[in-house]
Design a protein around this ligand. Structure first.
Ligand code: EPS
Length: 420
């Protein structure tokens, strides 16, 4: 055994920790696993599972909130018949005792009511791959002419498990007064121009929850609905844009020292991995390519009156950076935009090939949605929350929620003391 790096955490005296690993490998000094999740389950299998590791002890997951978010994910104008069958609810199988996390891995189950995977009559093989879906690549990858296995796992049904995992992270953030707000910005030419701020987001949330398409602007909502309705009549599909804002974020989450510790990169990966997402932007996003630096970078002001806030008084009149500079949070709200492509199962089909014969024809049709953009905004909100919660735990650590809170408060006091 060699003696590894010096570790100093929040006011504790520096201590040498035993370490068998080469320097540079991250070894959490608390013995806590970093925050991770995995999911299992097929779209028409018996159930979905989410396994979440690294949550400190003493968090009381708000099950009513988690189930409400799962219900929101099932909803939104443009959904297909499947959501009339399912009633997604979480059951904790491990890691939670008497309503509180124990620090052990958390296993969550969501039942599939439309479970029929082993019935070939009701879940027949699919031989004509749908352009845009995982069908073709999956079939060739697993050396079969039946796209069924690939599509069952590639299906966006998996996002129910992702939301279950993400809502645990959202509960952790809420316990630290960090809030995430996700909504639909729009699709095609139906976009809202509303500006979401730390001051107005709660009223935006109320407006969002009145909208059938989760957009906090009634007139844009109607135009979005019109587009979805038209796509349905045309036997076509539509995608669009979702946005997530995170408020009351401590400064310094993430890091500038290594590529994979940059929080913007981690957010991009998390959002891009959501089914059907094709682009991710932070703050101004791709628009920065068309502007000079003087119109992109956010001036730094100091406001003594707001020095008690999480941004420690370092306010920015604009937030083009979307709350992230150098891969680290800067105290301004994190702003992430995701672009979803149109659903790839079209009632009218698309040109495709029968994998058994090579014969040209139309892609097979599976029951599907015309638009799942509102649902995707829920998935994205909790995917972002998961990454932010991971970064919070990496910076402040602790095996229990009490330690985590104490570390966060102590670090903020030290940061304030820098100003003398
Ligand atoms: C999906 C196809 C549809 C969607 C599904 C995603 O499933 P089904 O073929 O059973 O109707 O409903 O989304 C969900 C089931 C869900 O819960 O979000 C696909 O091919 O990706």
């Amino acid at each position: 055994m060699t003696w590894g790096r010096m570790v100093c955490r929040r006011g504790a005296a520096p201590a040498a920790v035993p370490c068998d690993r080469p320097s540079g490998v991250r070894v959490p000094s608390t013995g806590m696993a970093s925050l991770t999740f995995r999911t299992a389950g097929e779209s028409h299998g018996p159930e979905l599972i989410a396994l979440v590791e690294g949550v400190p002890a003493g968090l009381a997951p708000d099950v009513a909130f988690m189930n409400a978010e799962l219900r929101r994910r099932q909803g939104g104008y443009g959904r297909g018949g499947r959501q009339r069958i399912e009633t997604d609810e979480v059951t904790f199988l491990a890691g939670v005792r008497q309503g509180r996390t124990t620090g052990a891995p958390i296993a969550i189950r969501i039942m599939n009511r439309d479970s029929r995977l082993d019935d070939p009559g009701r879940t027949p093989p699919l031989h004509r791959p749908r352009p845009g879906h995982a069908d073709l690549a999956g079939a060739i990858k697993w050396l079969t002419d039946d796209c069924r296995d690939a599509l069952e796992r590639a299906s966006a049904r998996e996002t129910a498990a992702r939301v279950a995992a993400g809502t645990v992270a959202s509960c952790l953030l809420r316990a630290l007064d960090i809030e995430c707000f996700g909504f639909v910005r729009g699709l095609r030419d139906a976009l809202t121009t509303v500006e979401v701020t730390a001051e107005n987001w709660r009223s935006m949330l109320e407006a969002r929850d009145r909208s059938e398409v989760y957009c906090p602007d009634a007139s844009a909502s109607q135009r979005i609905i019109d587009h979805i309705r038209r796509a349905k009549v045309d036997r076509d599909t539509v995608g669009g844009w979702c946005e997530v804002h995170v408020f009351n974020v401590p400064i310094g989450l993430g890091s500038c020292v290594q590529w994979d510790t940059k929080l913007d990169g981690r957010l991009a990966r998390a959002v891009m991995s959501i089914q059907a997402f094709k682009a991710v932007e932070i703050g101004l996003g791709r628009a920065v390519g068309g502007l000079p630096g003087s119109q992109v970078h956010d001036p730094i002001h100091f406001d003594a009156a707001s020095a008690a806030a999480r941004h420690l008084g370092y306010v920015r009149p604009t937030n083009n950076a979307g709350g992230l500079e150098g891969g680290m949070t800067n105290g301004m709200p994190i702003v992430v935009t995701g672009t979803m492509k149109p659903i790839s199962t079209l009632l009218r089909g698309m040109p495709s090939i029968d994998l058994r014969t090579g014969e040209a024809g139309h892609s097979d049709y599976e029951r599907s949605d015309v638009c799942a953009l509102p649902a995707a905004s829920v998935v994205m909100q909790h995917a972002v929350a998961f990454e932010v919660a991971g970064a919070v735990l990496e910076k402040f650590g602790g095996d229990s929620m009490r330690e985590l809170r104490a570390h966060l408060d102590a670090t903020e006091r030290m940061a304030r003391a820098l100003r003398g």
